[in-house]
Design a binder for this molecule. Structure first.
Ligand code: GZL
Length: 350
């Protein structure tokens, strides 16, 4: 009995501390969020207890590309106080360990929902189990998680990346036919995105499905440019140094394409419909479409970053106790130089 009594005191002290921390955490909740500079900034006119707002913790990958900037803006402009939300936004600078830390902080702050854009597909089982144990629904967006137990997340919203990759391959088939080059040996290099990211896996494998049907298409090399312009330029410089002849560059996002264009032109070669190298890009952000109009990019496979409104609709359904689909794809198309783009670009949201 004595041992039992003795054990009770520390437990009581621990309980008092935990309750104190929890009150502190909740009172610190809804008073700050991180702006683009990563600084914690006080939210204006947000009631101290934050009651009446749906609190959403968003773990964003980083700010590595124009696409990512548009994706972040879509969430920040949707999850506003006017729309009944309080958004806790964290930028993980493309680091998996930062996202794990951010999710754990959201759990500690007892948010109502966690939105996760996972930098790579693996390594999420443990932290998503912690969110599940805390009773916090997780909505995965853009890239996917690969977990043993799919009940660890409520649903996923994003693009069909494999379809984007297949579309790129089919576009190349028809383009080469139009150029009467279908029987020619075609030398190809690929700038891959962040290895292990769903967008990289899908685009690479989707294009591979078409590549495998053409014995005359030679994939000289694939290397990751990490979805950034600087790394994309560096990898393309190496490809140009290693291979005298390159007919096609597949670049798995526009920012790597911008770097590749720099490298191609610095080497004395040209790109685009009138150039030495066919450029196939992904994302279709405004700046890339402007380069297409300027004749530097042949085709751009759209990847829609505007996921904020779809996720808000999902949360409203969940709040109303409704079911939501486990997998939800966004609409996408592609653009090439046969299309008149000027007007579309003017009105383009990203
Ligand atoms: C695609 C997204 C990719 C974009 C890149 O959905 O995951 O990450 O294609 C971004 O621009 O870096």
């Amino acid at each position: 009995m004595k041992r039992y009594k003795f054990a009770v005191m520390p437990l009581l002290i621990l309980l008092v501390c935990l309750v104190g921390c929890s009150i502190f955490n909740r009172s610190s909740l809804r008073t700050t969020s991180e702006d683009d500079s990563g600084q914690e900034t006080p939210y204006r006119d947000m009631p101290k207890d934050g009651e009446g707002y749906i609190v959403v913790g968003f773990s964003q990958i980083g700010s590595e590309s124009d696409w990512r900037t548009a994706n972040t803006e879509s969430f920040k402009s949707t999850f506003t106080a006017e729309n009944g939300y309080y958004l806790l936004f964290k930028d993980a600078q493309q680091k998996h360990e930062n996202q794990i830390k951010d999710i754990r902080n959201f759990i500690l702050q007892e948010v109502d929902y966690i939105v996760l854009d996972p930098v790579v597909e693996t390594g999420w089982d443990a932290v998503l189990m912690e969110a599940k144990d805390a009773g916090i629904p997780v909505i995965v967006v853009d890239r996917q998680v690969s977990v043993k137990d799919e009940s660890l997340f409520t649903c996923w919203v994003g693009s069909d990346f494999r379809k984007e990759g297949r579309r790129a391959g089919k576009w190349l088939e028809s383009y080469l036919e139009s150029q009467e080059r279908s029987e020619e040996e075609i030398k190809i290099v690929t700038l891959q995105g962040t290895l292990g990211a769903t967008s990289q896996i899908g685009r690479t494998e989707g294009f591979e499905e078409v590549l495998s049907k053409h014995k005359n298409w030679k994939m000289l090399a694939r290397e990751s440019g990490e979805f950034t312009q600087a790394k994309g330029q560096e990898v393309m410089e190496n490809f140009l140094a290693d291979y005298d002849e390159i007919d096609v560059v597949i670049s798995e996002n526009d920012n790597m394409t911008f770097g590749a264009m720099e490298a191609i032109e610095a080497s004395g070669k040209t790109c685009g419909p009138e150039g030495d190298i066919i450029v196939i890009s992904f994302d279709a952000v405004k700046a890339a479409l402007q380069f297409m109009v300027a004749g530097k990019i042949n085709v751009d496979l759209e990847c829609n970053p505007l996921l904020g409104p779809m996720v808000s609709e999902i949360i409203e359904k969940l709040e109303a106790g409704k079911e939501v689909g486990k997998t939800q794809y966004v609409e996408e198309q592609y653009f090439d130089t046969t299309m008149s783009l000027e007007n579309m670009i003017k009105n383009r949201a990203y």
